[in-house]
Ligand binder design. Structure first.
Ligand code: CMC
Length: 422
């Protein structure tokens, strides 16, 4: 068997044969046949817009690896900062590299006082924290002269450190503002997740972070760190391809993440489970979804046609958290819903399985986070994924400014008609 594909343009009889590498062939073959020929591929269902060495995903087999390392091993043994280093640098750090990396990130956690006093204070009291987070990331870029200097490696590294270090600070600030409580400054003696929990929850002079909850947060951060070319990461790449500063690109990526079909789904899952209210209502709810009345949130995925491996890890982590916090009462409804859906031909035929968002919201809720914060909790760790892809994009000689073609379907030329004659 030859690893090639031959395409014939039946209008002209012209033929072109191109190699297939790793299941992919270059669309430039079409241009060889006819430079005005394009493929119609809404939502990029069968288009790879880049080569990437960062994350491997096999949706049919339920495999997810960062830089070759299985997500299960990273969730069990690693820390978020180590994974962040891995995603950005390609390899796990040595002891010294990790110490330097941790030190560098830790020393960028503070934000300019004007961000808090002027910018955040300008939001309406009930502003959604994710809306605040998106705008704060964009605003942050205005504080750094070098932000636009994206061709300079040292400057790029500085912005990457700042974004990874400051997103938990921005997130906690949005939350504290929303409940009218004073902001807690970062504590650089704490781990990345413990510092975040401390900024969120400390009320008096002391707040002890429970090690089990700190580890659960760490695992959630690891699981959400990257997921190759999803909607948010694609937004990061498309916007970044214009060579704007990384803060503006990351704000665009965060905006994409906010939607209920993407990172907003974890919020939607908890709202859905609360609306279902009790196990007896589960069958009727599933029937209503099958009848086309909304979707089963937290189910289905563009790429996974099998159980999302992150959902398996999160389901287990949920029990570790519930051992400390007590069981989330919505868990039983979630389990019943999963059970009914996984036996139902509608979901089986469409290969709809629980995704990362199905159980994450239950943990977040048990940890005390309000539903409005859920997508922010996804955005904090995903920031490093966006940045790893941004960095890869800038170094890729194949990349140019993103500019898809369109299939024009509007009217042909027509003459302007004066308003009185229409
Ligand atoms: N509940 C009920 N039916 C569904 C669902 C669902 N959650 N997801 C897909 N379907 C049906 C859909 O109606 C369609 O049926 P038919 O062929 O009869 O028209 C079929 O399954 C294929 O769906 P699709 O919309 O073509 O699939 P997609 O790949 O475009 O969408 C998705 C993927 C994640 C947007 C979708 O499954 C969905 O809306 N899920 C619920 C939202 C959710 O949980 N999102 C989180 C995704 S994971 C984290 C992240 O990426 O941020």
């Amino acid at each position: 068997m030859r690893d090639t594909i031959t395409i014939t343009d039946d209008r002209t009889g012209k033929t072109v044969t191109v190699p297939i590498e790793g299941g992919v062939f270059s669309s430039s073959a079409l241009r060889e046949l006819d430079p005005s020929l394009f493929m119609y591929d809404p939502a990029f269902m069968s288009t790879a817009a880049c080569k990437s060495e960062i994350t491997y995903l096999d949706g049919g087999a339920g495999i997810l690896r960062y830089r070759g390392y299985p997500i299960e091993q990273l969730a069990e043994h690693s820390t978020y900062l180590e994974v962040a280093y891995l995603l950005l640098h390609g390899d796990l750090p040595s002891t010294d590299q990790l110490a330097t990396w941790r030190n560098d990130v830790t020393h960028h956690t503070f934000i300019h006082e004007n961000m808090r006093k002027r910018f955040v204070d300008g939001f309406h009291y009930d502003a959604h924290p994710m809306g605040m987070f998106i705008s704060s990331i964009a605003a942050l870029g205005t504080f750094y002269d070098g932000a636009k200097n994206i061709q300079n490696e040292a400057s790029r590294r500085k912005q990457i450190l700042r974004l990874i270090a400051k997103t938990p600070t921005l997130a906690a600030m949005a939350y504290r503002f929303s409940i009218g409580q004073p902001f807690n400054y970062p504590d650089n003696d704490l781990s990345y997740p413990a510092n975040f929990l401390n900024m969120m929850w400390k009320v008096g002079p002391h707040y002890e972070v429970d090690p089990a909850l700190e580890r659960a947060m760490e695992v959630l951060f690891i699981l959400h760190a990257d997921h190759e070319q999803n909607c948010g990461t694609t937004a990061m790449r498309v916007v970044g391809s214009s060579h704007v500063d990384p803060y503006s690109s990351a704000a665009a990526a965060a905006a994409a993440l906010y939607g209920p079909r993407h990172g907003g789904a974890n919020e939607a899952v908890v709202r859905m489970l609360s609306e279902i209210g009790s196990i007896e209502n589960v069958p009727a709810f599933v029937e209503s979804v099958k009848a086309g009345d909304g979707r089963l949130m937290g189910f289905g995925h563009r790429v996974y046609k099998n159980y999302d491996p992150r959902a398996t890890i999160i389901k287990k982590a949920a029990y570790d958290v519930f051992d400390v916090t007590g069981k989330n009462p919505l868990l039983d409804i979630a389990l019943a819903l999963e059970d009914v859906a996984l036996k139902d031909p509608y979901f089986i035929d469409r290969k709809l399985y629980p995704n990362v968002d199905f159980y994450s919201g239950l943990i977040y809720q048990a940890l005390g986070f309000p539903v409005d914060m859920f997508t922010v909790l996804f955005a904090i760790p995903r920031t490093v994924g966006w940045l790893a892809h941004w960095q890869e994009l800038l170094a890729d000689p194949d990349q140019k400014i993103s500019r898809p073609r369109q299939w024009y379907s509007g009217p042909g030329e027509r003459s302007y008609v004066a308003i009185a004659d229409r």
